[in-house]
Ligand binder design. Structure first.
Ligand code: 1PW
Length: 213
């Protein structure tokens, strides 16, 4: 299943399954690991996507620093991070000033991007063979992440999507076997990403963190 670079999207997607604890908390380390895999996937789509992955890399690095820093145990789960950062006044709630790179706002950005990925892969999974990936990707982007991006980023992102390969090439690039096998795997793996997304969304909604600057 792995190609020469050892990339396999299935491995990436199953990592998100291991994010959830019995108490339905989201573990930070596999979340970060899953994102690193998504970045490898993005980079495999061509250099045109490097501007997209670059920001994700920066944000992954911020979270890794928390996980190796002095307060690392506070960042064991997304839940413990929210509790700790809010209780310690480490989150800029109105304007980005004293704590420009809090864990809460950084995870929020990745969380929104994960929603886009989820919508896109779901659209890909359920699309007809002759569907255009650029259209599926643009539609899912416009329905999610685009709402948080300024015009210039929306423009650049939409341009990059035009370079996406055809649906079948795209599915084959995932190294999951035939396009049909790739579609089956997505059907199995996407619910795990959805679950992680929903739990994070509910947590952020509960603490009114969905609009962090
Ligand atoms: C093929 C489908 C792949 C979906 C993977 C998702 C990766 C998403 C990264 C999008 C990044 C676009 C350029 C960066 C924009 C940032 O300004 C923005 N970051 C995100 C992740 O949306 C907001 O971060 P900021 O500027 O508030 O620190």
């Amino acid at each position: 299943m792995a190609d020469v670079e050892g990339f396999c999207l299935k491995k990436v997607l199953v990592v998100f399954e291991s994010c959830l604890t019995e108490k339905q908390e989201v573990l930070m380390d596999p979340y970060i690991e899953g994102w690193k895999g998504l970045v490898r996937f993005l980079n495999s789509l061509g250099t045109i996507f490097s501007f997209v992955s670059k920001d994700a890399v920066t944000k992954i690095q911020i979270m890794e620093n928390f996980r190796s820093g002095g307060q690392q145990e506070k960042y064991l789960t997304v839940q413990s991070m929210v509790t700790y950062e809010l209780a310690s006044g480490l989150v800029d709630l109105k304007n980005r000033s004293e704590h420009p790179n809090s864990g809460c706002r950084t995870i929020l950005r990745l969380h929104r991007a994960l929603h886009w990925l989820q919508l896109f892969l779901e659209a890909l999974r359920t699309s007809q063979e002759d569907s255009k990936t650029s259209v599926l990707c643009t539609d899912s982007y416009n329905a999610s992440l685009a709402n948080y991006h300024p015009w210039i980023i929306r423009k650049a992102a939409t341009l990059a999507f035009c370079a996406l390969p055809t649906r079948n090439t795209f599915l084959e690039n995932m190294n999951l076997g035939s396009p049909e096998e790739a579609v089956d795997m997505l059907g199995e793996a996407l619910p795990h990403i959805c679950k992680v997304y929903e739990i994070t969304e509910a947590l952020y909604a509960k603490h009114k963190l969905l609009d962090l600057p």
